[in-house]
Design a protein around this ligand. Structure first.
Ligand code: EPS
Length: 390
């Protein structure tokens, strides 16, 4: 499966075209809208989220609530577009020079794509970069992920993301009884955190950052249960599923790192405290007594829960701007101030959940017969039972 996205943050709409989704899978707009609305929430979001109410339009690939096997096109309109038509429209400038276009940006924000993008494409107005590098694009990545989540859920695979750290405040590793319980609790938390004490401190840290014109980052964790063992590959570097998940996480705007299971702790522990002992039980088949490796061995799933964490840096758009250089005059200046979020970690958790879902669904579709959803389901069932008996 693959997808492309198109669209600028203040342009008319965001679009994605998904290819390779099996035919005969139930999928309706509501499945996608639920995910879009989850992504819009979160303590620390800025005013833009009050303007938008993201709703998908399905313009191809689905008929009478079922996938057809043809490309699925999904569109989400930007409500803010009506305020930006003159600035962002596709029509030629007419009598205006590009310098006279409102909201021109010549002062790149440190940490953002602005300067490198301008150098790459030769843009003099860095709005040409900002508009596409904006995290607004994650709206349709989530829309594509929502379709993938539907596929996983129909195959009995559940996936939940939660926030484990914001601005240096770490959540306690509290036990949860099931992924449904984790989902239920974190869905009610304004920062998507399971630990209520840490959540309160995270919100206070976000308030502080906002008051100081600053921004803060954090860590999100995605857990997926029910993947069959043996998905991915040890024979080809580019088919290792953990590497695909790592790339998906780091491709989210502002994400700078990724770890699986105990992650970087593995560097500090002996092998006997890193690897997971193998056991077998009638009816259940093979399992690991612990899950320190986070569901992967040799680039393939072990059948244990997949646990992947991503690190998000603070958003680079600051009300208290850092110093930069004006690309027209080459004079030092305080970087441009653009309206932004002081913390988008809770929203980014939803993005992480959806991009991981995409990679898992995509790996299943690649590995098993997948033109028809029913046959995909049957081949995965067969793989599950042969893994139990082998
Ligand atoms: C973003 C800046 C803000 C965020 C935006 C990402 O938008 P605006 O420039 O319109 O205030 O709200 O995120 C979204 C619009 C979104 O849907 O997540 C940025 O510069 O990356």
């Amino acid at each position: 499966m693959r997808y492309l996205t198109a669209g600028e943050s203040h342009g008319p709409q965001l679009t994605t075209i998904i290819e390779g989704m099996p035919a005969g899978m139930p999928l309706v707009a509501e499945d996608i809208n639920q995910e879009l609305s989850r992504r819009q929430k979160g303590y620390g979001r800025g005013r833009r989220m009050q303007i938008e109410k993201d709703q998908v339009q399905i313009t191809s690939g689905i008929r009478h609530g079922m996938t057809l096997g043809s490309p699925i096109a999904l569109v989400v309109e930007n409500n803010d577009w009506k305020h930006w038509t003159g600035i962002m429209g596709p029509e030629p400038l007419g009598d205006l020079t590009s310098d006279e276009v409102k909201r021109k940006i010549s002062r790149p924000r440190p940490g953002h794509a602005d300067l490198n993008g301008a150098i790459k494409y030769g843009h003099r107005d860095m709005r040409n970069v900002l508009e596409r590098s904006s995290a607004r694009e994650t709206t349709v990545r989530v829309a594509a992920g929502a379709a993938a989540k539907q596929l996983l859920s129909l195959l009995g695979i559940r996936i939940v993301a939660h926030v484990v750290e914001i601005g240096g405040v770490k959540a306690e590793k509290l036990e949860f009884s099931s992924l449904s319980q984790l989902r239920e609790v974190t869905e009610e938390s304004p920062v998507r955190c399971y630990d209520p004490d840490a959540a309160a401190k995270m919100m206070a840290a976000i308030d502080d950052a906002k008051k100081n014109g600053d921004s803060i980052g954090g860590v999100v964790e995605v857990i997926a249960e029910g993947m069959p063992a043996g998905v991915g590959s040890y024979v080809h570097y580019d088919r290792k599923l953990d590497s695909k998940l790592a790339a998906a996480i780091v491709s989210i705007n502002a994400f700078k790192g990724v770890e699986f299971g105990i992650g970087f702790e593995a560097a500090r522990k002996p092998g006997s405290q890193v690897h997971d002992e193998i056991a077998w039980e009638e009816g259940r088949g093979y399992y690991r007594k612990t899950n320190r490796l986070g569901g992967f061995e040799g680039g393939m799933t072990t059948g244990m829960p997949i646990i992947v964490r991503g690190v998000m840096k603070p958003i680079p758009t600051l009300y208290k701007p850092l110093m930069s250089v004006d690309i027209d005059s080459k004079e030092p200046f305080a970087a441009s101030i653009e309206r932004s979020d002081s913390c988008a970690v809770p929203a980014a958790a939803v993005v992480a959940e959806n991009v991981v879902a995409w990679e898992l669904a995509s790996a299943l579709v690649e590995q098993f017969y997948s033109d028809r959803f029913e046959t995909l389901k049957a081949s995965i069932e067969e793989q599950r039972s042969s893994a139990r008996e082998s």
